[in-house]
Write a protein that binds this ligand. Structure first.
Ligand code: NAP
Length: 244
């Protein structure tokens, strides 16, 4: 049975993607930065109820050494890694004039370096398999910019470049690499925004509503499927028509 590894998947979009890929028949390797992230939810039980195997791998995806060990452990447990979803991400928002160096560096480490770490080590497993699908979580903030998010938008724009580079480097080995760029999706990450910020965002969305996590998971499921076998290096915006 094929295996999917989803980073930052204890909750939010990552958990929805993990459950959707379980429904699609993949064994699931969950990941999050701490065990505590799994205590408040029943994501492992929900995935196992789909009749697939599921294991969690605690690791800070910004750490090169921890990612190397985790990828070895996932490969040892499941035998193959067929789908990698680079989902883990954080925000440390603030206007540029007030943003600290620490705020900037932390977001770059977690959102951007993690994609290098995971893609390098999982990519090496996939190259030996001569197949694989890598799907990265970018953001509309990386495509259009967003005030208060110079750190976050930098990492999400970088992910677009990384997606195209990985697609070009690994394409001849039967590996595809694509990105999705969500707009405003209902998760703990966006719950932190004020009501005024949320309303301002909705006013700009053609569909006049937030997105649901399952609406991201569905597109990731497509990119992981055989139907997307000739799609690579692409960025699919999932924003209810935020920008056109
Ligand atoms: P979320 O609810 O905050 O979930 C992200 C998960 O990743 C959390 O469980 C988080 O744990 C974990 N994580 C953080 N740092 C980590 C690390 N170093 N190593 C491993 N796991 C780590 O976020 P989300 O809204 O589902 O977002 C998922 C992805 O979609 C992110 O890449 C985000 O940038 C992107 N995205 C989201 C939206 C949106 O509207 N929500 C829009 C565009 C793009 P902690 O809670 O401990 O940090």
């Amino acid at each position: 049975m094929a295996t999917a590894l989803i980073t930052g998947s204890a909750r939010g979009i990552g958990a929805a993607i993990a459950l959707r890929l379980a429904k699609d028949g993949y064994n699931i390797a969950l990941n999050d930065i701490s065990e505590a992230m799994f205590e408040d939810n029943d994501i492992m039980d929900k995935i196992k109820a789909e009749g697939v195997e599921c294991e969690k791998f605690i690791c800070d995806v910004s750490s090169y050494a921890q990612v190397e060990e985790t990828v070895k452990a996932v490969k040892a447990r499941f035998g193959t890694i067929d789908v990698l979803v680079n989902n883990a991400g954080i925000t440390r928002d603030g206007l540029m004039a007030r943003m600290s160096e620490e705020q900037y560096d932390m977001v770059v480490a977690v959102n951007q370096k993690s994609v290098f770490n995971m893609s390098k080590f999982v990519g090496s497993v996939m190259m030996r398999q001569k197949s694989g699908k890598i799907i990265n979580l970018a953001s509309v903030a990386g495509l259009y910019g967003n005030p208060g998010q110079i750190n976050y938008s930098a990492t999400k724009a970088a992910i677009v470049g990384m997606t195209k580079t990985v697609a070009k480097e690994l394409g001849s080995r039967g590996i595809t690499c694509n990105a999705v760029a969500p707009g405003f999706i209902k998760t703990p990450m966006t719950d932190k925004l004020t009501d005024a910020q949320k309303q301002a965002m909705i006013n700009q969305i053609a569909m006049k509503r937030y997105g649901e996590v399952d609406e991201i998971a569905g597109v990731v499921s497509f990119l992981a499927s055989k139907d997307a076998s000739y799609v690579t290096g692409q960025v699919i915006e999932i924003s209810g028509g935020l920008m056109m």
